[in-house]
Each structure stands twice: as C-alpha cells, then as structure tokens.
Design a protein around this ligand. Structure first.
Ligand SMILES: Cc1ncc(COP(=O)(O)O)c(C=O)c1O
Length: 382
C-alpha cells in the first residue's frame, strides 16, 4: 500500500486513494491524436469488455469524458427510445438523479421509489412491467452509494429480460470490485467510471452497451458533447476521442488496470474490499455504532453508520478530528436519519482500517461521546 505520510487516506467512494504507480503514470504528456495514445484507448476499451465478460462481437465499450454522471447521461440519451418509457428503480440519490436526467431530456419514465435504503425486489419490478406495457427499459443502480446497499441485480435482470425489456445498470461504484458478468446476466447497458473500483483517477466514465442499442441510438442525443453514438462512431473510425480526452487520466487508468489484474482481477479486489468491510463493520459495532443496513445488504464498497444519539456527537467535529489524524470519511446522504459513511475501496487494507478504528476511538473519547457497545447487534457480524 502507498506511503501516506502527508496525504490522508480517502475512505470515500471515489475519488479514492490511488497507488504510487497509478499517480506516476501521469508524469508524462501525451498527444491526443498520436497513435501511441490511441493504442492506450483501444487497450482500455478491450480490457473493460473483458472485465465485464461481454462478448466483443455483441457489445461495445465507449469511454466518455467527464465524471460518472456524464457517462450516465450519455448512456440514457442513447439507449432510451424517445418514444418509449423507462422504469427507474430508486433507493437513493443516484436513482433519483437518473429520473432527473430523463426529465430534463424530455423522456417518459415511471419510478419505483423504495426510499433511503430498501432494495427494489424482482417481483415488484415484474408487477410494474405487467401493469404498464409501455415501459421499454428499466434503470437500476447496482450499489446505491448513498446508503451502500447492494441491490439484487441478478434477480432483477432476469425479470427484465423475461419481459423483453432493456436493462440499464449504473454500476458506477461496483464495477471492477464486485463480479458482474454480461455473459451470464442479461444487462444491455452498464455504466461506470475511472475513479471507483478500478482505482484510477477522475476524468472519464465508460459505457458498455449492446451493439444493437448503440446503433439505434444514432441521432437521439439531446447534447452535442454527450452523444454516445457519435463518440463511438468517431472512435471506431479514427481511434481517437471525439473531443479533447483526459490523456493523463487515461494512461493512469491503464496502469490501474494492470494492478487490478495483478491483484487477481475482480475476485481478488472483491476479496480485499470484503475484508476491509468486515474489519470496519465489526470494529465499529464493537465501538457501539450501528449500521443502517442489515448484513444481507451491506456492500463491500461503502457502509453507512448511524450517528450516535449522544448530543456530544457532532459530525463536523468528528470529521475534522479524523482528518487531522490522516483519514477522510464521508458525510451521510440519508433524508431521514443522521448518518455518516466510510468507504472500503481504494489502495488500503485491514491495517489501515485498524488504524482508523483506533483513531475513531480516540476522537470519541476527546469529544466525550459515550457509545453503548452493542456487540449483539440484530444484524450480527458482517
Ligand atoms: C452509483 C453512482 N452513480 C452515479 C454517480 C455519479 O458519479 P459522479 O459523481 O462521478 O458524477 C456516483 C458517484 O459516486 C455513484 O456512486
């Protein structure tokens, strides 16, 4: 793991703590039209299709400049029929954002809103598809990062496929860290970005999309720069990105992909993130904190902890004291209860988690917060 004498560890869902090798890959400048850079682009596109186990004659990988939302927006614009209707499954901020994007594009949509932390269920999706035959596609967030819940992708994918609809998956915070196989799970569109589980730096997202949907997306874009079909068509024809690419981010991503492979690919990374999550959840519960979610729904990406009821606990003071000790955590994103989040992804392992837990214990003592150790929490150990 990297040497973090001055830099704090980012216990966040990305941008996250990256390795020295990934940072070092950015110490060179690249010509965006040059063949050397075009080869890097072609290589990462190939590697991403392989990671998704997507047959390369059926799917295309299209990178898109910007943050993850830019990629989601370009995917929705391309893959949803302006004459169709999208069922948006929501249980947090990123499902809501997809509905907002569709609204702004003037596309028709319906929602299944499960609130802050309950998962959408396959039988509920089946019932909605049967009630409303106008629905042409379904949007699901795999790991809803606002709570950390891992939604039941496989069961929902089966139902959507059985009903002959297209499935668009926001796998922003899960792809590369949690196994997803397009060879076995019927997913038509998958969106993720450079700075999550593949542990690159921010600057672009990517869309893995069924070729037929991509081709049908010609002319559908509501925006010049977020036209996924045009980006793909230009990239196929010239090997280049349509507008200025984030060159340094792309080469850093290639370095991050090599480290991902060395770690044992998705299973290797999932194992490390799961160990981090287990150490974190067990340690926090031993300190007296409760998780928002029961164990069944805890992702190995990020965990939401409920703020302690003690009035001496104040998030900003807690945050600042942890930052002073070298750890950046994340605020909560729930609408109804006070909470905070701690990420398990990035270049860190259980030694860092142990140091974080000991820093949390010290900070709580300094703040005079009393927690009742709740080792018999109803959801047991993670
Ligand atoms: C599941 C999910 N979708 C979408 C996004 C949006 O990505 P960005 O903030 O990079 O635009 C995020 C960001 O964390 C996310 O976790």
């Amino acid at each position: 793991m990297t040497d973090h004498i001055k830099e704090p560890y980012l216990l966040t869902p990305g941008p996250l703590t990256t390795s020295r090798a990934t940072k070092a890959a950015m110490l060179r400048d690249w010509g965006s039209w040059d063949d050397d850079f075009n080869q890097v682009t072609a290589d990462i596109r190939r590697q991403l299709l392989a990671m998704a186990e997507a047959p390369s004659d059926e799917y295309a990988c299209v990178p898109m400049q910007g943050s993850g939302t830019f990629a989601v927006e370009s995917a929705l614009a391309c893959a949803t029929d302006p004459g169709g209707k999208v069922l948006v499954l929501m249980n947090g901020a990123y499902g809501k954002r997809a509905a907002q994007l569709l609204h702004m594009m003037g596309r028709r949509y319906a929602t299944l809103d499960k609130g802050d932390y309950l998962p959408p269920r396959a039988d509920e999706v089946a019932a909605l598809l049967e009630q409303d035959p106008a629905i042409t596609s379904v949007f699901l967030v795999h790991c809803e990062t606002s709570s950390g819940i891992l939604n039941p992708l496989d069961a929902i994918a089966d139902v959507v496929h059985t009903h002959g609809k297209a499935l668009i998956v926001d796998a922003m915070s899960s792809f590369g860290g949690i196994p997803i196989s397009l060879a076995t799970t019927p997913i038509d569109v998958l969106v993720s970005s450079a700075n999550k589980c593949i542990e690159g730096v921010p600057g672009f997202g990517f869309v893995i999309i069924h070729q037929a949907l991509l081709e049908a997306g010609e002319g559908r874009a509501h925006s010049l720069s977020l036209d996924l079909h045009a980006q793909w068509e230009y990239m196929e024809r010239t090997g280049q990105w349509r507008f200025t690419p984030p060159t340094h981010t792309v080469v850093a991503f290639q370095a991050a992909l090599a480290q991902h492979r060395e770690e044992g690919g998705v299973p290797g990374r999932c194992a490390r993130y799961s160990r981090n999550r287990d150490a974190l959840v067990n340690g926090m519960r031993a300190l007296g904190f409760s998780t928002l979610l029961e164990d069944e729904w805890l992702s190995p990406i990020i965990t939401t902890f409920l703020s302690p009821p003690d009035p001496a606990f104040e998030f900003h003071t807690f945050y600042a004291a942890l930052k002073a000790r070298g750890f950046l955590i994340y605020p909560g994103k729930l609408t109804e209860v006070e909470s905070f989040r701690i990420g398990c992804i990035g270049q860190l392992g259980t030694t860092v988690i142990a140091r974080l837990l000991s820093a949390i214990q010290d900070v709580l003592a300094d703040m005079d917060v009393s927690l009742i150790a709740d080792l018999s929490s109803p959801s047991g150990s993670a």
